[in-house]
Design a protein around this ligand. Structure first.
Ligand SMILES: NC(=O)c1ccc[n+]([C@@H]2O[C@H](COP(=O)([O-])OP(=O)(O)OC[C@H]3O[C@@H](n4cnc5c(N)ncnc54)[C@H](OP(=O)(O)O)[C@@H]3O)[C@@H](O)[C@H]2O)c1
Length: 316
């Protein structure tokens, strides 16, 4: 097992993509609480000004001369634009020690109802934006032999359910990328981590609920709802301890152990739980899968019946 390297956050420069709202803002706040200088990135300038104002207030209340900056940047822009923005951020607040790839969103609908362009767009914002941001910072981290890079995946990046055919693969892709990167960066003392948030009470999630197919809503209801602050605290604590995966809640913990597969593990205790309970967790997941398949069949049956009734009332 690779040895677990603790990561000290005090006076480090952290960049959080999608840091103006939701989980990203909560992560940025927690990093300020730990003594970091923070740059947040998003597109909407008003949201950025508002969020950075709040972060600066929090920083000032700590009295340690922490700096906050923001950049309006579309993370789906070409690599050269991303690189330039990150280089400028480093000039303003110092070399980038921590990158949190959080910007993203989900679209959900049955596969055949999704415009084909959604598949490319989801990949661009949820996956490729993280690849570009990582490439923009990693050389300097390797040279300096220090740094941390996080990827905000999703519980849907561990367990793909109805309606997520465009979203889930992008979050699974992050995990594959992070697994590789973790191994490549080990000799350079650069840490990598993955956060798997479950349903989290953010603006993004509210939009998601409005457009959720009935099946997805019924399935995700079983997962509960967490606050962005709680999710952020768990992840920042794992960054500090040098852990690779952050899962949230009991279901998340079980799913994390079940899907650990060949992913990196630095904690002996966590590794032992995965080895001992893999079979039990697989059995529990099979029960969930059976329940979810039942929901899919029931909803389709009901829709089919309704369509039949409509067709017969038209022909009458
Ligand atoms: N909330 C959940 O239940 C949940 C569950 C699992 C995983 N996640 C993941 O967690 C991350 C954050 O989700 P959230 O719920 O906190 O979302 P949110 O409330 O919608 O916030 C998204 C943030 O990303 C920024 N953003 C979106 N598109 C961008 C782009 N093209 N370029 C730059 N910034 C962009 C947004 O600002 P602008 O719009 O101004 O750009 C905003 O700051 C996402 O990757 C999401 O997939 C969320």
């Amino acid at each position: 097992m690779p040895s677990r390297r603790e990561f000290f956050l005090h006076r480090k420069h952290a960049i959080v993509t999608g840091g103006s709202k939701g989980i990203g803002f909560a992560l940025a706040s927690e990093l300020v609480n730990k003594g970091c200088h923070v740059t947040i990135i998003a597109r909407n300038v008003n949201d950025l000004k508002n969020a950075s104002g709040k972060l600066q207030e929090l920083a000032d209340s700590r009295g340690q001369n922490q700096k906050i900056a923001w950049k309006s940047l579309d993370m789906t822009a070409p690599y050269e634009i991303i690189k330039e923005a990150f280089d400028n951020a480093a000039k303003e607040l110092g070399p980038i020690d921590i990158l949190i790839n959080n910007a993203g969103h989900s679209v959900q609908a049955p596969f055949c109802d999704l415009p084909i362009t959604d598949f490319e767009n989801q990949m661009k914002i949820n996956y490729l934006s993280a690849v570009h941001a990582t490439r923009a910072v990693v050389d300097e981290m390797k040279q300096r032999q220090t740094g941390h890079i996080s990827f905000v995946s999703s519980a849907a990046g561990q367990f793909a359910i109805f309606g997520y055919s465009a979203y889930s693969p992008t979050k699974f892709a992050l995990r594959g990328f992070a697994d590789t990167l973790h191994m490549e960066l080990l000799p350079f003392k650069v840490n990598v981590g993955v956060l798997y948030p479950p349903n989290t009470d953010t603006e993004g999630f509210k939009v998601e609920i409005e457009t959720m197919p009935e099946e997805t809503r019924l399935m995700s209801e079983s997962a509960g709802l967490f606050t962005p602050e709680y999710v952020a605290q768990q992840h920042i604590s794992d960054i500090e301890s040098g852990n690779y995966s952050t899962t949230i809640g009991l279901d998340g913990w079980m799913l994390g152990n079940l899907t650990a597969g060949a992913c990196p593990e630095k904690s002996l205790a966590r590794g032992l739980v995965q080895v001992c309970f893999a079979g039990l967790f697989r059995a529990i997941t099979l029960v969930y899968l059976g329940y979810f398949n039942g929901i899919t069949k029931k909803c389709q049956k009901r829709r089919f019946k309704l369509e039949k009734e409509k067709a017969s009332s038209k022909s009458d």
